[in-house]
Design a protein around this ligand. Structure first.
Ligand code: ZN
Ligand code: ZN
Length: 254
């Protein structure tokens, strides 16, 4: 399920029972007009802060907080979030069913626009994902360098599980999210997608064709490929196969 960021409302509605989390705060409140923020960020410094939805502890509602504008490091991109899905993995964290560092920003099914590259980011990455690119992010963010990544098993990336899943950070052991008021670090569940901007390692981003809408495409990064992987690799289904489907949930119905 994906909801787009709206410029008309600042309300945050949460209905866990209906598996609905509508993110509808506005980038324009902190950044001037959307177009000015997107066009001006890279060359003029852009906004100095953003807002994001923070998970504090199980059973406590998310709160909207202001953050210092996150800064990408080498090999990372700053993405202006356009849409973010709500996956049950996020809800597991929010219910305390999956232990995770807190406070943190959940949300790991994003689409967005590239607005900056970390310094010393290789030119090949900048050429592949230039400023203004439409992108979709992946739930598992491969480092590209570990034992598993180099042999094409990015879903087992050692850095992702050792740092992001175990500590809520990126691969230098640090988060990119700090509260505006007191500088307190806030951890990242994947890229921390329920925020106006997020920092994402380049290996976790794919170009989203302009023909595909931001909102509906957000689930590509987790729900769609979870179902695809189950069908293609676990069940080894091929076109033309006859199958019996027993139970269809949120992932299966994609
Ligand atoms: Zn997910
Ligand atoms: Zn890796």
């Amino acid at each position: 399920m994906a909801m787009s960021a709206s410029s008309s409302s600042h309300a945050l509605l949460r209905r866990i029972g209906g598996a609905l989390l509508r993110r509808s705060f506005s980038a324009s409140a902190s950044a001037g007009s959307d177009s000015a923020a997107a066009a001006g960020y890279h060359v003029a410094g852009g906004p100095s802060y953003m807002r994001g939805a923070v998970f504090w502890e199980p059973g406590r509602p998310l709160t909207l907080e202001e953050f210092q504008m996150p800064r990408p490091k080498a090999g990372e991109l700053l993405i202006k979030t356009k849409a973010c899905g709500v996956c049950h993995s996020d809800l597991h964290v929010m219910k305390g069913e999956i232990p995770f560092s807190s406070p943190c920003v959940v949300g790991h099914e994003i689409t967005g626009e590239v607005v900056d590259h970390g310094t010393h980011t290789p030119i090949e990455i900048i050429n592949r994902l230039p400023i203004g690119s439409h992108v979709v992010g992946a739930f598992i963010m491969p480092c590209g360098n570990c034992f598993y990544c180099v042999k094409g098993q990015e879903d087992l990336c050692e850095s992702f599980f050792a740092y992001n899943r175990a500590k809520g950070t990126l691969y230098d052991g640090e988060t990119r999210l700090f509260l505006r008021s007191n500088g307190k670090p806030v951890y990242m569940y994947s890229m921390g997608g329920l925020a106006e901007y997020c920092v994402v390692p380049a290996n976790a981003l794919a170009v989203l064709p302009h023909s595909l809408p931001y909102t509906e495409s957000a689930i590509l990064g987790c729900a769609v490929f979870t179902a695809y992987g189950a069908l293609r690799h676990s069940a080894e289904m091929r076109a033309g196969d006859s199958v019996a489907v027993i139970g269809v949930g949120g992932v299966g119905s994609r």
